[in-house]
Design a protein around this ligand. Structure first.
Ligand SMILES: [Zn+2]
Length: 512
């Protein structure tokens, strides 16, 4: 789903492990319920520099909870220069002497509740903010950060999550994306709503999440300001920008919601295949709603990025962004099914920490198998059998544990393909009736929240009345090729399902 960031991950993990060991309080200490046991005279403490994620310990920050980001930007495609003011509405979850934001660009000023605050850099992406007055637990915080920079030249260990293109830029990345364009509490545990507005030279389009609260507005100097609003809480990496030359196609979905699709004008002969895929978004969301439960967001759509943009696709909230590679051999609805399945599995129900990535990628990949079945292009069982046969027992593929792949393998192919196989084995164990009650129950119980694999197991066991520990242990947490319940069928190499090639081609771009 993202670019390779392995080198930086290794460095960050080492750095922050040291930081955490020195005793910075974790989020668990900062829950309002717990802090009430702290004497009122307790000295304010620094908010922790991370949320203790086992894979990315310094992603996100402790001591406060963000409700809303107001991101107001000015962008120059010719130079990639970005200037901005982000206003963060948050609530303190402990008495704070200082707190961190995750951010990389050059900061000009920070104000907290109107007061000028001091700020400093720590580590690779930490902005440490010290307000002149202490902040008490439960207090509302309004944090205003002004900044500027050239995001494509702002590197962390040689890497930028901001993609500059010939005609603009794409801010699309996972798990880190906001570092290059707005200061944030950058972890799925802290969800918020957001407003994004960007001023660009007139003639340039800006596409982002949600709905447009107003039409693009002419500004002085032959500029236009585009505004987008996300009214449902999401993780910071779900926010995106696509700036450049786009044809924008709007419509109304069967459920009455606005559909906004955008197609880079650079796609050339790939353009029709992109449209033949993304224009089916409303149909696909409607179909998925019948299986996963009500669509959780306020708008729908997709963005076909430019030829010199990203090489992957990402489930950005309400409007996935697709790289041009998906259309290289014609239309591909499987990637549209995958990214929109993430609106339920990943976006509305987000990982509690990144070790639970199977809850995103296993489910979105299995949605492709269900779509294949619905389209008459091969059943989920046939796709299971063929995928199983495609990876020989001695393939490295079987050494990655989808239930705990490690920070460097979050987007490994095994999380997707073996992840989908695991869900199919759960389906076989509990039966179709229970399985298709488990999926919408999961999205309902954790809507706009977070989840863990253990919580999913508990829910599936509650609905099915079965002990699912054996099947989850075998398929998610044990290295080596398991023997499936359908072993008799896979004794011989099965026929290739019609959907196989397009699913394979999509996964080659999604994974690494
Ligand atoms: Zn995915």
């Amino acid at each position: 789903m993202r670019r390779v960031f392995t080198a930086a991950i290794a460095v960050l993990t080492v750095t922050t492990a040291g930081t955490l060991v020195t005793g910075a309080p974790g989020r668990a200490d900062a829950r309002p319920g717990k802090s009430r046991t702290v004497p009122a005279s307790a000295a304010p403490r620094p908010g922790s520099p991370g949320l203790g994620d086992p894979y990315f310990p310094d992603y996100g920050n402790g001591g406060y909870d963000v409700d809303h980001y107001d991101v107001r930007l000015r962008y120059e495609p010719a130079s990639d220069r970005l200037t901005g003011t982000t206003t963060i509405l948050a609530t303190a979850t402990q008495d704070l002497s200082r707190f961190n934001l995750d951010f990389l660009l050059d900061v000009e000023s920070v104000r907290v509740n109107g007061w000028t605050a001091r700020f400093a850099r720590e580590g690779t992406h930490e902005l440490v903010v010290t307000a002149p007055r202490g902040i008490t637990n439960g207090q509302a915080m309004t944090v205003v950060v002004t900044y500027s920079g050239v995001p494509s030249e702002t590197l962390v260990d040689g890497y930028t999550g901001w993609t500059r293109t010939d005609d603009g830029a794409l801010a699309v990345n996972e798990p880190e994306s906001s570092w290059w364009w707005f200061p944030a509490n950058d972890h799925p545990l802290d969800k918020a709503t957001w407003d994004i507005s960007v001023s660009v030279p007139t003639g340039v389009e800006v596409v982002s999440n949600g709905v447009q609260p107003r039409a693009p507005l002419a500004e002085a100097g032959n500029r236009t300001r585009w505004s987008w609003r996300s009214t449902k809480p999401g993780a910071t990496y779900q926010a995106f920008l696509a700036i450049g030359q786009y044809d924008i196609v709007t419509d109304t979905a069967p459920n009455g919601q606005p559909v906004v699709n955008a197609y880079s004008t650079t796609l050339g002969e790939r353009g029709p295949a992109a449209r033949a895929s993304i224009e089916r978004t409303a149909e696909i969301v409607d179909w998925e709603s019948g299986i996963f439960g009500p669509y959780p967001f306020e708008a729908q759509g997709g963005v076909a990025g430019p030829v010199d943009g990203i090489g992957f696709a990402l489930e950005t909230q309400t409007r996935p962004v697709y790289g041009p590679g998906f259309w290289r051999r014609g239309s591909n609805t499987y990637v549209v099914v995958h990214e929109n399945a993430h609106q339920w599995f990943g976006d509305s129900v987000s990982v509690a920490d990144w070790s639970n990535i199977w809850l995103n990628e296993g489910f979105a990949s299995y949605a492709e198998w269900l779509w294949s079945e619905a389209q008459g292009e091969g059943t989920a069982q046939e796709l299971f059998d063929f995928t199983y046969a495609d990876y020989p027992a001695d393939d490295e593929f079987w050494q990655v544990l989808p239930g705990d792949p490690g920070a460097g393998a979050v987007f490994d192919g095994a999380v997707y393909d073996r992840g989908a196989m695991a869900l199919h084995q759960i389906r076989l164990a509990v039966g179709d009736d229970a399985f298709f009650r488990i999926l919408p129950a999961w999205t309902a119980e954790h809507r706009y929240g977070n989840g863990t694999i253990a919580q999913f197991q508990a829910l599936a066991e509650r609905i099915s009345g079965l002990d699912l520990d054996p099947v989850l242990t075998t398929w998610l947490f044990t290295a080596g090729r398991p023997t499936p319940a359908s072993a008799a069928r896979t004794a011989t190499v099965p026929a290739q399902p019609k959907s196989w090639t397009r699913i394979r081609e999509a996964h080659e771009l999604m994974t690494h």
